[in-house]
Design a protein around this ligand. Structure first.
Ligand code: ZN
Length: 153
């Protein structure tokens, strides 16, 4: 089973502390590390397909539409200057969107003089234990995001 399928199993049995909301095509979860404050993922519900183009068009449209709504809620909840939307699948092929709120200076001077994708920020800094939210911070973030999502859905 893949890492994302494991996390979805945890949502289903009520043991995933990062879970925010279930939509028709996927699950909204807060990211484990929060260097990019508000980093959220939207996990497709199953592992049956691994490319967007493999989804039937109505399902694909719904998945994209829901991802856009989640991105808007993330932007409003956490005050993004710009949103980044990424569906990569190199680590785990399970369809999942990385939704990053971006702010000036958030990759310091890495990348092109501080401009560029989150992945140009050093992995050890991005995934440092020091930027994992405490239980209290996580609870606050989930409430902020859920509140914005419910205004949009
Ligand atoms: Zn999976």
């Amino acid at each position: 089973m893949c890492f994302i399928c494991d996390r979805i199993e945890m949502i289903k049995n009520g043991s995933n502390p990062y879970f925010v909301k279930e939509l028709d095509t996927g699950y909204v979860v807060i990211g484990d590390n929060q260097h990019f404050y508000g980093y959220t993922l939207f996990l497709y519900k199953n592992h049956s397909k691994t490319e967007l183009f493999q989804l039937e068009i109505p399902e694909r449209s719904k998945f994209l539409e829901e991802m856009s709504v989640v991105a808007e809620a993330v932007s409003k909840a956490f005050g993004a200057e710009k949103m980044n939307y990424e569906l990569l699948g190199n680590g785990e092929a399970h369809l999942h969107w990385h939704l990053f709120p971006r702010r000036k200076g958030d990759i310091e001077n890495y990348g092109n003089n501080g401009a560029g994708p989150v992945w140009w920020y050093p992995m050890e800094k991005m995934y440092s234990d020091s930027n994992k939210p405490s239980d209290k911070e996580l609870s606050k973030m989930k409430n902020l995001l859920l509140n914005e999502l419910e205004k949009l859905i």
